[in-house]
Unconditional design. Sequence first.
Length: 372
Amino acid sequence: MKILHTGDIHLDSPFTGLSPETAQKRRAELRAAFSDMIAYARTQSVDLLLIAGDLFDKNYVTRDTVALLRQEFSTLECPVVIAPGNHDPADDKSIWRKKDIFPENVHIFVSSTLSSFFFEKLNCRVYGYAFEEPSLRTCPLDGKTVENSSQINILCAHGDTASPISPYGPLPAGALESFGADYYALGHIHNPDAANAALTVPGAYCGCPEGRDFGETGVKGAVLVTLDKEHFQMEQIRFCRRIYEQRMLNADGAAEQGEILSTVRTLIQNAGFGEDVLLRITLQGSTSPELSIDTAALAKAAGEGLFHLEIRDETVPTWNADLLQQDHGMRGELYRVLLPRLESADAAQRETGSRALRYAMAALAGETLPLE
Ligand SMILES: [Mn+2]
């Protein structure tokens, strides 16, 4: 049988850190990625669609999103199983407990106690549970095993394999192993590579289908699973419209904005980033005390071929500062007063010191810098 395993979709996410228009566009793209997954399940004749929690970002759901879900699920002939997560728990007010919202092929876990749905045609039992509130401190698998090991047994659940005391449905390796399922369709960890590598059972965290901020970098999608009692295969399928990426850029010795602009452009070109990329570049290193970096102007000038570019300035104005150190005038005095901050181990202290020195240098040169 073929299973499409998704989760952590977080429909209606706010997409903070983007302009209101871009955030709106990203919300539409997230819905489109969801629709793509449904279309994929339909055209690839998937036998089962599993949603391992956090279909919604919050327990508040827009009318449009509900309409979209009803419409999309109704186009599928295969069963859909949903295991609500910590972001969309099955509490009394939630949509999960309302009658007649979803078509008949949609099966939803509403209790934090383990239960199951049996699909006779597939000879497959899907076990799972729901978060009933934003936390779940016990492991619903504790001491449980599958009822009939001659069937295909699947666990579809939101939970945390990282810690046995996690407040997000702890799933220790021992509990997963002794449960005895043929596939574990897990949700909760959005960047799942490390967690998946550590799994000791056949299964995966699917990750999210679209990154939503710079904490969710790289290509995102869902897992296509092909299995019977003898064979088992997993494949990552890309569904994301955009990719978040982060890069560091060493700006050591830069004395002019133009120099930085060209290194930023080279970085983008060498990485092959295009219209599908949201990129954050963090400038680091030591730059000339006379240089004041205009990050907004840099992002505008270098970001044309990207969906979104933001530039963070963490440089320190200490390049070639020997002359300042020995300067007996106002500049030298400022530099010496600010030096402990410029060299501080604390990033916030370095930033304040750097900013103070750059403002003062600009003022002494008769220039004004925009206040941030
Ligand atoms: Mn999630």
